[in-house]
Write a protein that binds this ligand. Structure first.
Ligand code: GLC
Ligand code: GLC
Length: 812
């Protein structure tokens, strides 16, 4: 069942009922100011960091779902309603929400009055614009009131939820004209405040939550709104809010716009005040003046659209499969941008107060983002590398505002270092910019010990070389990519964090998965050494990789029909036939094979066949089988989840593309696509009542076969699935892969996929690639013709400065 439809021409998903199975959200903002916005106008806003600089409050674990947002109430006589349905939930005569690329539109109507909202964050400013358009569609004149409402967060969203003994006394506001200024803590150490304003004279306002809502009412029935008159309250402590009242009369057929701006304003230390304890509003006034007319808002919106047109023109496909076109050309790339911006910080499942930027997460997010805005990728690589330690290990997370490593979680996740090579290599293959390797980058943010980025990569590589266990496999540390494989943790008390309890390193527990990564990214490191003319280092790296490959293919890494997953701290196998539960895991099958391990020996094919036989379901591939039914102290969090959920036999969407890529490596296009299709939102849209999360983007996990709600998605938006799926479909299935030498075209598609075209911007060039294939062919390039010239192999030689390439590929 569907709850809306794709409007591809407008690049929108159109939601046709407010009663979606879960809140279906969108992200506004591309640079520094962000808002989450749901299909019922829920959500919250922040500047740069969802924990430290939160503008508006959200209620977690809420009921009814999705409490708090940026609401508009309309009161006409005794009828009170919201254009986005919530919070009053008054039945609407019509409702529509269009989530677009960086904006959302709402349209609701009641009794012949129509309200349209356009919400977006302009490219160049730290504010969100909501333009409310009211249209009288009835035959008679109408008089009614409009009320806006947001609840301020006292900046630090974590403290805001806990420290009531202080916070109930700190709230402060100022009101001038139609602008409400939220200035809590500005009197002391903050140099920033927030504003909420409308470009029209108001009848009244409220800034105290108690006055607006009433102590025993709720946002569904605010007292002051029911009374039809806001009270002019000035908050003093407790909970400051911002609410405007506009009394409006519209003739039959008439329409009026109101532009609301929610903004973040910073003042230099010596310009904080206008007079004693009165904030300096100059910058706020200047900001508001930029968006005070329809023409200015239209121009800013057009600019945002133009920006996205540019970004989304970097990779486009035209094939006979609409769903592939839609995901590749619009939604998958869009989600890559969002995950790049947010990492795993702020979604409806990530609270914004927990994890900041993840080291491994952000490195992987780069893989799907780097072609969009390479300069931002470059900056990100330097930020991430700056949190590395001198021995090559790394802080597992860092805070986006301070860019400093997070010492609560520390280091010890032994896959982290290698992801830095992955991200850097992707950036250099995309741009050819070798200068990044010479950038001086600090360790642990200490400039006095800075080294060129290349040295960081070397230390990443050597961290694995220097941390091997009894089988010569990489030691796992606290965990590898699977955060829940906590083999050195041995936690027995509730409340202990699986991620940080126990020693950060054990001498025995090993990861086969990191071994696979080492082959893949060790070789990419060696390539970079070649390009820098370091032949000896390249040879050393390749020799180390070959050692690892041998171990992976030996009994240490191979269980007979698939790759072993790990060894626990007693030296026992994890992910082997002898295990009662957790016999086979997806990660090493996908990653070893995509790294090319076992392709020549036939082990690769065998491993992937085992995946299909033992882990596949109609909704995607499960992470392991059989599920753990009891808690294993020696394995950690993986066995803490009930069977079928999360890392315990859930369908972890992130590593499904690894298997799909692996299938392309061995040339099985039909199967690669089958794996792609099963978790693909454009396909699961049809079963939204089962899948439940947004049908336009990926979620982290779909419940596995052992779970009660098999097929149900959770943790939508912020997942490495976005980047990996885009890499899979764009670089492996459609096969347009950036190499240091030029763009490679080597598709691996289903037998019946038909001809297709890809337009790819790569460095200074635009590549118009047209691929022809006979039915039945899945992989192989028979002919490559570039601008009329036949070229051997499948790499289009890069020509510096050349801007147009006409490329014809015949598969066979
Ligand atoms: C979460 C984490 C990611 C981890 C994955 C598997 O998505 O953000 O870092 O790799 O879970 O445990
Ligand atoms: C839990 C989750 C995992 C996530 C981790 C982050 O272990 O299962 O997905 O990566 O928490 O701390």
């Amino acid at each position: 069942m569907k709850f809306g439809y794709f409007d591809d021409a407008n690049r929108e998903y159109v939601i046709t009922t407010p009663r979606t199975p879960l809140p279906w959200i969108n992200y506004l903002g591309c640079n520094e100011f962000f808002s989450l916005i749901s299909n019922t106008c829920g959500g919250y806003s922040f500047y740069k960091d969802a924990k430290l600089l939160r503008l508006t409050r959200y209620r977690y674990n809420d009921m009814p779902l999705d409490c708090n947002g940026k609401y508009f109430y309309i009161k006409e006589g005794d009828t009170l309603w919201n254009p986005g349905w919530k919070p009053t939930q008054t039945e609407l005569d019509s409702y529509e929400c269009r989530h677009g690329i960086g904006y959302s539109k709402f349209s609701g109507s009641k009794n012949g009055l129509k309200a349209d909202i356009l919400s977006f964050v302009p490219l160049k400013d730290t504010c969100e614009i909501s333009r409310l358009t009211l249209t009288n569609e009835s035959g008679a004149d109408k008089t009614f009131s409009v009320f806006s409402y947001v609840e301020w967060c006292l900046w630090n969203a974590d403290d805001d939820m806990k420290n009531f003994q202080r916070n109930f006394s700190t709230g402060e506001v100022e009101v001038v004209g139609s602008t409400i200024y939220h200035k809590t803590e500005y009197r002391e150490r903050r140099n920033h405040y927030a504003i909420y304003s409308v470009n029209a004279p108001i009848t009244a306002f409220d800034t105290s939550r108690d006055a607006f809502i009433g102590a025993y009412h709720s946002p569904a029935n605010p007292e002051a709104v029911l009374a039809g008159k806001l009270t002019g309250s000035i908050a003093s402590g407790w909970s400051p809010v911002a609410a405007h009242q506009l009394d409006v009369t519209l003739k039959a057929g008439e329409s009026k716009d109101f532009i609301f701006v929610l903004g973040y304003v910073e003042n230099p230390e010596d310009e904080k005040w206008e007079s004693h304890q009165v904030i300096n509003k100059t910058r706020a006034i200047a900001l508001l003046a930029k968006y005070d007319t329809d023409a200015k808002v239209d121009a800013a919106f057009a600019e945002l659209k133009e920006y996205w047109n540019g970004l989304l023109s970097k990779y486009t496909v035209e094939s006979s499969n609409d769903k592939v076109n839609r995901m590749v050309n619009i939604w998958n790339q869009y989600q890559c941008m969002v995950t790049f911006n947010m990492s795993r910080s702020a979604s409806y499942y990530e609270s914004g107060i927990g994890r900041g930027m993840g080291f491994r997460d952000s490195c992987q997010d780069l893989l799907g983002f780097v072609h969009l805005i390479p300069d931002r990728a470059r900056e990100r690589i330097i930020d991430i590398a700056s949190t590395q330690f001198q021995d090559g290990s790394a802080y597992h997370q860092y805070q986006p505002l301070t860019k400093k490593g997070n010492s609560d979680i520390g280091s010890g996740f032994n896959d982290d270092p290698l992801w830095l090579i992955a991200g850097t290599s992707a950036y250099i293959r995309e741009t050819g910019d070798m200068t990044i390797l010479d950038e001086m980058v600090p360790f642990d943010n200490d400039e006095s010990v800075a080294q060129p980025l290349m040295e960081h990569l070397k230390r990443s590589f050597d961290y694995i070389v220097n941390h091997k266990g009894p089988h010569k496999l990489p030691l796992i540390g606290r965990a590898d990519w699977n955060d829940c494989l906590n083999l050195n943790c041995h936690s027995t008390q509730p409340g202990e964090s699986f991620q940080t309890f126990g020693p950060s390193e054990g001498p025995v527990a090993e990861s086969v998965f990191i071994g696979g990564m080492f082959v893949k990214y060790g070789l990419e490191y060696a390539e970079l050494c070649d390009l820098q003319g370091k032949a000896e280092e390249a040879a050393r790296a390749r020799a180390e990789v070959e050692e690892m490959r041998k171990v992976l293919l030996s009994d240490a890494g191979w269980d007979g029909d698939w790759f072993v997953r790990a060894y626990d701290s007693y030296g026992n196998k994890v992910g082997g036939k002898e295990c009662e539960e957790g016999q086979i895991f997806i990660e090493p099958q996908g990653f070893c094979v995509l790294a090319g391990v076992g392709v020549e020996t036939g082990q690769a094919q065998k491993a992937l066949d085992s995946v299909k036989e033992r882990l596949d379901t109609q909704y995607g591939i499960m992470i392991l089988q059989p599920a753990y039914t009891v808690y294993h102290e020696e394995l950690g969090e993986v066995s803490s989840y009930p069977p079928g959920y999360k890392e315990n036999a859930g369908i972890f969407c992130h590593n499904n593309p690894w298997v799909s890529i692996a299938e392309t490596v061995i040339g099985r296009g039909d199967r690669a696509f089958e794996v792609y299709r099963k978790t693909c939102p454009a396909y699961t849209e049809e079963i939204s009542e089962i899948h439940r999360t947004e049908p336009y983007i990926y979620c982290q996990m779909v419940a596995g076969r052992d779970a009660k709600f098999h097929g149900e998605g959770k943790n939508s938006w912020l997942t490495g699935t976005a980047a990996w799926t885009f890499v899979n479909i764009s670089q492996y299935i459609l096969g347009v892969y950036p190499t240091h030498q030029g763009l490679s075209v080597d598709p691996c598609v289903p037998s019946d996929f038909g001809d297709f075209k890809v337009t790819r911007k790569f460095r200074e060039g635009t590549y118009h690639i047209s691929v022809r294939k006979a039915d039945g062919i899945q992989k192989g390039v028979k002919e490559l013709i570039v601008d009329g010239q036949k070229v051997d192999g499948h790499i289009i030689p890069y020509v510096k400065g050349k801007t147009e390439y006409q490329v014809e590929v015949v598969m066979g």
